[in-house]
Design a binder for this molecule. Structure first.
Ligand code: ADP
Ligand code: MG
Ligand code: MG
Length: 248
């Protein structure tokens, strides 16, 4: 069964259409890679699935865990178990990393989470990600380095336990140690949560430890090719040229 089923999705920002009839299926617990040239619409796809109100869905359907989510508000979609890690995580002054995650978990489960239990769980998870415990009490992403922001995203992933996580270039611009730790966190998510992954990436390092079930090529707001794990290496060797529209 599919955790995500997108059919003929058209989405626009103001009067500019960015997704032109996109189709994509991701099986429950599977790991899929999305590749595509800059400006193809990869981040737009992630934001549209997550209910970002800047993107208007004009037609098509997005089914998540069997339910239509197109047009639903972002907080409702997150509660259903969808998670996205953005290319550029936003800084939120006045809310600590710890409080942000606890509130998100409470919204997700609809239950009060005892502070003591939460702190224990958070500390243990931060250890996996080699994060200094003091980061829990710092304002969300404020003054964090690029690597620290990405670790904070993976921390949310491990604490929230979504059934589908979209990672938008989570590995871009990170040094080798940060990539190693982020990869370790993603592996931990696969092993302990068993959720599905949609990984938008140009690199291969974070895929090394994962079993990739499928690769999709996104060009000009559409999925133009689908393949297996070997497609990642094929594209890195040969580029996107053969997937681009032919000049008239
Ligand atoms: P990718 O992530 O594949 O590099 P994006 O989804 O960020 O591509 O962008 C796809 C296209 O949509 C680009 O042409 C970009 O300029 C345009 N776009 C993205 N966000 C906006 C926005 N907020 N306003 C106008 N155009 C946008
Ligand atoms: Mg890009
Ligand atoms: Mg992008």
């Amino acid at each position: 069964n599919n955790i995500l089923e997108i059919q003929d999705l058209h989405a626009r920002i103001e009067d500019k259409e960015l997704l032109h009839g996109l189709n994509l299926q991701i099986g429950a617990g599977q790991t899929h890679v999305i590749m595509g040239p800059n400006g193809a619409g990869k981040s737009t796809l992630g934001s549209t699935i997550m209910g970002d109100p800047r993107f208007e869905i004009t037609s098509g359907s997005i089914r998540f865990d069997g339910e239509e989510i197109a047009g639903e508000p972002a907080d409702k979609i997150a509660r259903k178990g969808l998670f996205i890690s953005f290319q550029n995580p936003i800084e939120v002054p006045g809310i600590t990393l710890s409080n942000f995650i606890r509130t998100a978990m409470e919204n997700r489960t609809g239950k009060h989470i005892r502070l003591w239990d939460f702190k224990k769980d958070l500390t243990k998870t931060m250890e996996i990600l080699e994060m200094d415990p003091s980061y829990a009490d710092r304002d969300l992403n404020v003054g964090f380095s690029g690597g620290e922001k990405k670790k904070a995203e993976i921390l949310q992933l491990l604490m929230l336990k979504p059934s589908l996580a979209i990672l938008d270039e989570t590995d871009s611009g990170l040094d080798v140690d940060a990539v190693r730790i982020v990869s370790k966190g993603i592996e931990e998510y696969k092993n302990s949560v068993g959720g599905a992954l949609m990984i938008i990436t140009h690199a291969t390092r974070i895929l090394e430890a994962l079993e990739v079930n499928a690769t999709h090529v996104l060009v000009n707001g559409q999925i133009v090719a689908n393949g297996d794990a070997s497609m990642v290496d094929e594209i890195n060797a040969n580029g996107f040229e053969k997937y681009l529209p032919k000049e008239a």
